[in-house]
Design a protein around this ligand. Structure first.
Ligand SMILES: [Cu+2]
Length: 200
């Protein structure tokens, strides 16, 4: 076992000890993170996101994302967790968070003559649901067990961090192979927010 894995396991064990009261329903030990959302180019876009990880009775880690944003165009916009915690420029957030065995973080087959068979979207670990904006205000709440805040393969608080990206268009969820065309995951990037562990 690598030294890094040992350290990670020790920190998980330590966190488990500290969080024992959470098993009795105490909420104060839930792992939390936040993100401040800013427009990629439009300074009138702003918002925030709160993330809370809880462990189900079955031992499954579930992360609930609550997001509010102002200044986007009305309608639905794709929201994903992208693989790098960087927003300047928004392209620095790179592809969709997806630490799985396929490692194919591209959201679509843009530029390919034939859509690649291993494009994972909408099944990247960081793929979320659309946020709907009405009269300039959008709210979204979504619970996923595809990511964790705690250490492990699915963690979005990994070495290079993660960031939310809100896209210009809706995610069509690209459900069929033939749907994996350019833009099916929301197209260009409107807003970005680096996900940071909440300071207690
Ligand atoms: Cu995206």
């Amino acid at each position: 076992m690598k030294q890094r894995q040992k350290r990670a396991l020790r920190s998980v064990a330590a966190a488990a000890l500290v969080c024992l009261p959470a098993l009795a329903g105490a909420d104060s030990h839930a792992l939390k993170a936040t993100a401040e959302i800013k427009g990629c180019t439009d300074p009138n876009i702003s918002g925030n996101a709160k993330l809370v990880e809880k462990t189900s009775a079955e031992g499954i880690k579930e992360v609930t994302v609550k997001m509010t944003v102002e200044g986007l165009s009305d309608g639905k916009h794709a929201v994903h967790i992208h693989e790098v915690g960087a927003c300047e420029p928004c392209g620095a957030a790179k592809g969709h968070h997806d630490p799985g065995p396929f490692g194919q973080s591209r959201p679509d087959s843009a530029g390919d003559d034939v859509p690649a068979a291993d494009i994972n979207h909408p099944y990247h670990m960081g793929d979320l649901i659309n946020i709907e904006v009405k009269n300039g205000k959008g709210e979204m709440m979504h619970t996923t067990n595809r990511v964790t805040l705690s250490p492990g393969r699915l963690s979005i608080l990994d070495e290079d961090g993660s960031a939310f990206i809100i896209h210009t268009n809706p995610d069509t969820y690209c459900d069929e192979e033939a749907d994996l065309k350019k833009g099916c995951a929301g197209g260009s990037r409107d807003a970005c927010g680096i996900i940071r562990a909440a300071v207690k």
